[in-house]
Design a binder for this molecule. Structure first.
Ligand SMILES: NC(=O)c1ccc[n+]([C@@H]2O[C@H](COP(=O)([O-])OP(=O)(O)OC[C@H]3O[C@@H](n4cnc5c(N)ncnc54)[C@H](OP(=O)(O)O)[C@@H]3O)[C@@H](O)[C@H]2O)c1
Length: 344
């Protein structure tokens, strides 16, 4: 059995990493941190884990070396102590945005602050197995993924990979997301009377995840509009792009089918009848699947690419554990074969 530490274990993504690893046959979480809930049982914060774990939260200052560590900390924290952490742990998966972007200037542009450990940026592999599987297998340090970026990237990447998209044309994503994206600590916008029943566009343009989408898809102009909707879990990205001249619906179908064949957590959803014709996040809650679908207006070369995920799973903890499996030479689906609930 390999040992794992979760730093930031009282948060939503840290709790999800623990939930997944409690079912994992080869990796056991031996320490988990929280400063606010020091000494308390993990199930006092994550009540779904009652009778699943007797672990208690310890201080981040008390951690001992284990085989792997998951950093589920707010943005900006991991970069402050990455050198010290690398001295303690052979493998690091950082769920934050600290090591997702490839260069310090891009980081400064999108995050509005200087990176504290720019020399570490190229030591990290971007943690999306569907795109960087071979690199992740060789990596010791893997970054997390942005949830909105992941829904957008997985919607469009199959077509980019197949060479069907005209990358000189604008690529536009509309992303709808649930409240758990904001993490466990509240703010005025997450207060129930303010958040319940909303459809609220909070970033029409310039959301930070745009940088990750540009980095992955390589389009010249990417725009991402973020809208909060009345969900706890879930993100749905709807992308619009221009296909190259002569691209047909059949080719687009082929690109998604091939991508799904290559990736165990990608499912193509495009039905002609019934009520589940397109991807939707509701049935994915708690699962690591990403459902992708599309339509195309061949005459106008306009493709609409859609992806639904659970932001805490494929958009965070699920991808992180999938990366861990690859880094440790395990089956990448280990611990994550749960398919979601219906009805939910
Ligand atoms: N939520 C999502 O959908 C999502 C998706 C993708 C990526 N992410 C990223 O994943 C990371 C974690 O997100 P989350 O939603 O799980 O956040 P969260 O619910 O707010 O949890 C943050 C955790 O970090 C701990 N913490 C905060 N400051 C700390 C510090 N200085 N030292 C040690 N521990 C500290 C907190 O516990 P204590 O204060 O008790 O120590 C808590 O356990 C973020 O960087 C986020 O951007 C989140």
């Amino acid at each position: 059995m390999l040992s794992a530490t979760i730093i930031g274990g009282s948060g939503y993504t840290g709790g999800e990493v623990l939930r997944i690893l409690l079912q994992h046959p080869h990796v056991q979480v031996t320490q988990i941190t929280s400063r606010q809930y020091l000494g308390q049982f993990v199930y006092s914060v994550h009540p779904n884990l009652r009778k699943q774990s007797e672990l208690k939260f310890i201080s981040p200052d008390a951690i001992e070396p284990t085989d792997i560590v998951f950093l589920a900390l707010p943005h900006g924290e991991a970069q402050k102590k990455i050198g010290e952490l690398a001295g303690k742990f052979n493998y690091i998966v950082d769920l934050s945005a600290d090591f997702r972007l490839k260069d310090a200037a891009t980081y400064q542009k999108w995050y509005g602050e200087e990176h504290q450990a720019p020399e570490w940026l190229d030591k990290f592999v971007y943690g999306l197995p569907e795109i960087y599987r071979e690199e992740i297998k060789q990596a010791k340090y893997v970054s997390g993924v942005g949830c909105n970026a992941t829904a957008s990237n997985l919607a469009m990447f199959p077509l980019v990979k197949a060479g069907l998209i005209d990358l000189s044309q604008p690529m536009i994503f509309e992303v709808k997301s649930g409240s758990s994206e904001g993490g466990a600590s509240g703010n005025p916008g997450s207060h129930h009377p303010e958040r319940a029943n909303v459809i609220r566009t909070y970033a029409a343009y310039g959301h930070r995840h745009t940088a990750e989408v540009m980095q992955i898809l390589g389009a010249k102009q990417v725009s991402l509009t973020m809208t909060s909707v009345d969900l706890v879990r879930g993100a749905l990205a709807t992308g619009h792009a221009t296909v190259n001249s002569g691209v047909t619906k059949k080719e687009v179908w082929g690109a998604y089918r091939q991508f799904s064949k290559e990736n165990p957590f990608i499912r193509v959803v495009k039905e002609v009848k019934g009520i589940y014709r397109m991807p939707e996040p509701k049935i994915l809650a708690g699962s690591n699947y990403a459902d992708v679908g599309f339509d195309i207006d061949e005459e106008n070369k306009h493709v609409i690419a859609i992806c639904a995920i659970d932001n805490l799973m494929k958009g965070a903890a699920g991808s992180a554990v999938q990366c861990m499996n690859l880094m440790l030479g395990l089956d990448e689906t280990e611990g994550m074969r749960f398919c979601g609930l219906h009805p939910a």
